[in-house]
Design a protein around this ligand. Structure first.
Ligand SMILES: *Cc1c(COP(=O)(O)O)cnc(C)c1O
Length: 362
């Protein structure tokens, strides 16, 4: 069986993890947390980074730190992983869901602009599948309307636009280090920001709102969103190797695009200047084909695939949200992700592509 994802833990992950374990600093204090945070800040060229328990916590913490809550609206794409929208709802704010672009699968900036109301406080661009939203236009729009920008970069560690890393465009960038993300800490996440005051607040809030100079004195409502030193030890070893992990993921994506170039399969486009993390190589199957049947045929060949995300507004708890998003619905129905982990071999990729081509009857 070729799985969709397997983290590559072949560097110093085990060594650092055991070192953290042997040090007995196994909770959220310890040198690996500090070193991992410094490495994330440096890699994303951000002034500050704070490690947190997971990517969803990173998003919720970001919105809460910006005082977003009941009565506020946050604009986000409906075509995303559900955590983006859940984090908005967990603050008490209202998600305003918008459609996506057919070509690059990212949130439509025209739709974002049309969705702005006097209650809008924040835009949440989600950089899907390693691609990049149009941050120049989104930041311009946000500045013009006095809105915050919280970037969901869970799938985009390693994605840069004209050499500038995603997460450093908005007020806060949120990352995930789940097992199938570009790098992993098991479960984990991080928030990055350029603003020292905002960073101070993010750190306060992730640690129960405790006054940094007075133990057990809590100055406001906070959360336990801390990352463990054990997780950070794995993460530090991962980020030390991120260049080679990304190089291999990009090679794999290029091979898939090459082999599948002359068939009726559409990969998301990338704007000029975008260097993708190639998180999961994903494509659209022909409109005339049944995507789920293609996936079942590939599974029978021993190839695991994933459907694209369902739209958030299709979920039972979000069906009440008003939306018109025909493109997002079509992407969700036709999208498929292929095995994309860095240790895939050329033979694995050939097995995946021949299985896919057989399954679509090409
Ligand atoms: C993975 C992911 C998240 C959530 O990250 P977790 O670490 O699983 O909580 C949020 N948004 C997107 C787009 C993701 O892909």
């Amino acid at each position: 069986m070729i799985f969709l994802y397997e983290p590559d833990l072949a560097g110093r992950e085990r060594e650092y993890l055991l070192d953290a374990f042997d040090s007995s600093w196994i909770s959220s204090r310890g040198e690996y947390v500090d070193r991992f945070e410094a490495a994330i800040a440096q890699y994303t060229k951000s002034a500050h980074a704070a490690a947190v328990a997971n990517g969803t916590a990173a998003l919720h913490l970001s919105l809460h730190a910006l005082n977003i809550g009941p009565g506020d609206e946050v604009i986000a794409p409906t075509f995303t992983y559900i955590a983006s929208i859940n984090a908005i709802v967990q603050t008490g704010a209202t998600p305003v869901l918008v459609d996506s672009n057919e070509a690059d699968w990212q949130a439509s900036v025209d739709a974002i602009e049309a969705a702005i109301t006097p209650r809008t406080r924040c835009i949440m661009p989600v950089h899907l599948y390693g691609g990049a939203c149009d941050m120049a236009r989104i930041c311009e729009l946000a500045a013009r309307h006095g809105l915050y920008v919280v970037e969901d970069c869970a799938e985009a560690l390693g994605t840069a636009v004209d050499g500038r890393h995603l997460g450093a465009f908005g007020h806060i960038g949120a990352f995930s280090f789940y097992g199938n993300k570009v790098i992993t800490t098991g479960e984990g996440g991080a928030v990055v920001t350029q603003d020292p005051e905002l960073h101070r607040r993010l750190v306060l809030l992730k640690g129960q709102g405790q006054d940094p100079t007075r133990r057990y004195w809590h100055v406001e409502l906070g959360f336990n969103y801390r990352m463990t030193n054990l997780a950070a030890a794995i993460g530090l070893a991962q980020i030390e190797r991120i260049d080679s992990i990304l190089a291999r993921k990009r090679q794999i994506a290029a091979m898939y695009r090459d082999i599948l170039a002359n068939f009726d399969l559409r990969f998301p486009t990338r704007a000029d200047g975008v260097e993708s993390s190639e998180w999961l190589v994903s494509l659209l199957v022909p409109k005339s084909r049944d995507r789920d049947q293609i996936m079942a045929r590939m599974a029978a060949d021993g190839v695991e695939t994933r459907p694209a995300f369902f739209c958030a507004h299709e979920m039972p708890h979000y069906r009440h949200l008003p939306i018109n998003a025909p493109i997002a619905e079509s992407l969700a129905r036709r999208g498929i992700s292929l095995p994309s982990y860095p240790t895939l071999t050329q033979a694995d990729i050939e097995k995946v592509t021949s299985s896919l081509l057989r399954a679509i009857g090409a």
